[in-house]
Design a binder for this molecule. Structure first.
Ligand code: AMP
Ligand code: GLY
Length: 427
């Protein structure tokens, strides 16, 4: 079949690479794709916000299946639009995607169905004074979250009353997060280690992919500003088989069932961000799509046919046997532009991208072709993934960093401690 993949990041490069190996695939198209996906399919320059144009393109190219990578088109209802035209889609419709686009919806769903998460209260912009009173009477630290999508920036961890009050003022008075901050959640601060679990589901049955751990902060030892993710490894040793069983029965299954009972059946990848606390796993957030950069570490660990898995989910008959965990280990280290997540310069030539090592994949994210060169074009520029067949995270880390050392661009920045938490847990 002809398949269309929406998106342009490292996550989409990883999905494209796995999809390109499927025996079901005739031709892969990408809107818009990136220089890394050029060898895997045809990059097409259509604005994916233009839903009629995307649909018309599917008819023109005889595309019967669309995979949607990022959250924004899902939240905007691209799946709904394509499905209404008879095209199969991997990715939830707008109503199910609310699990990511409205933290208030997600928290209320969890409360209603007893899914473990931090306790919370919510406030609208008009309730500014009430929110102030609430934080004054709360214990610290506390967490303030914008209800809507805020590109990963809408979360404030407040260690002092002053920070919390300034946060409220910035959100409600100075509209720091725009309309995304018209409503906020104030929640209990959870202590523990984080992990990400991906469930591929048809709305009823699901397959859990190997667990992963992201590194959200810009600096080593989880210091500095939050980013889109500076690296990931999989599987995450903190997620033991026993813990995974708990996560599956107390969190994943009840959430998928809850969405279906609410008339919002979720078809696609449900991303569950967890805090492993002393009292067990609790949900930090749900996303309505694969994580980035976790996907770049998780997909290389799957044997089988991922397109078959995705298509079967979209078709409503999940084929649970289409992929299985290889038993290996993978680590993805993100190389970013100096200055990210704040301002940075673009347009620097990237060299050393043609590594010839079957254990290494360089995923493109913020890159662009400029003549016969590849240049930087974003904050997170590339992700270098090393995959090894055994469970030796330390060895995988050494391989990834050794590959990264031969890649150069002006202002290259990366964390040097990706996977250390997992390595230390083993030793
Ligand atoms: P979110 O966008 O909800 O995933 O939040 C971004 C990051 O903020 C998470 O990955 C956590 O590191 C942190 N965070 C969010 N909520 C909490 C919480 N209730 N307790 C502790 N940390 C949190
Ligand atoms: N890696 C975090 C995210 O994809 O939201």
């Amino acid at each position: 079949m002809n398949v269309l993949l929406i998106g342009s990041g490292g996550r989409e490069h990883a999905i494209a690479l796995s999809t390109s190996r499927s025996s079901l695939l005739s031709k892969l198209f990408l809107i818009p794709g990136n220089p890394g996906t050029e060898q895997l399919g045809e990059n097409v320059n259509i604005d994916f916000k233009d839903q009629p144009a995307v649909t018309a393109f599917c008819f023109e190219k005889n595309i019967e299946f669309v995979i949607i990578g990022p959250e924004q088109p899902l939240v905007d209802g691209l799946s709904d639009y394509l499905r209404a035209s008879g095209i199969k889609v991997f990715g939830p419709d707008k109503a199910a995607a609310e699990i990511e686009s409205s933290k208030s919806f997600a928290k209320q769903l969890m409360q209603k169905y007893n899914i473990p998460t931090a306790s919370f209260s919510e406030f609208n912009k008009e309730d500014y004074e009430k929110a102030v009173e609430y934080v004054k009477s709360s214990s610290l630290p506390l967490v303030i979250k914008a209800d809507g999508l805020a590109a990963g920036k809408g979360v404030l961890i407040c260690n002092s009353l002053n920070e919390a009050l300034t946060g409220l003022e910035n959100i409600f008075v100075n509209s720091e997060f725009g309309d995304a901050g018209n409503k906020i959640i104030i929640e209990e601060f959870m202590t523990g280690e984080e992990a990400s679990i991906f469930a591929v589901t048809d709305g009823e049955n699901f397959v859990l992919l190997p667990s992963a751990q992201d590194h959200k902060r810009i600096g080593n030892n989880d210091t500095g500003k939050n980013t889109g993710g500076m690296g990931a490894y999989a599987p995450a040793p903190i997620i033991t088989d026993e813990l995974l069983k708990v996560i599956e029965t107390a969190i994943i299954k009840p959430t998928i069932d809850a969405l279906t009972s609410e008339g919002r059946a979720f078809i696609g990848c449900l991303y569950c961000g967890l805090m492993i606390t002393e009292t067990g796993p609790k949900v930090v957030e749900f996303n309505c799509r694969f994580g980035d950069p976790e996907t770049q570490a998780v997909l290389p660990l799957l044997d089988g046919d991922i397109l078959k898995l995705f298509y079967s989910a979209a078709d409503g008959h999940l084929d649970e046997s289409s992929v299985k965990y290889s038993g290996g280990t993978a680590i993805c280290v993100v190389a970013a532009s100096k200055g990210y997540p704040d301002g940075y310069e673009k347009g620097f030539e990237i060299t050393g991208l043609n590594l010839d090592d079957k254990n290494i994949v360089i995923y493109h994210a913020g890159t662009k072709r400029s003549g016969n060169k590849i240049v930087t074009n974003g904050g997170r520029v590339i992700g270098v993934t090393a995959t090894i067949p055994e469970g030796d995270l330390k060895k995988a880390k050494e391989k990834a960093y050794s590959a990264l050392s031969s890649i150069k661009f002006n202002g290259i920045y990366f964390r040097s401690d990706i996977a250390d938490k997992g390595i230390n847990r083993h030793s």
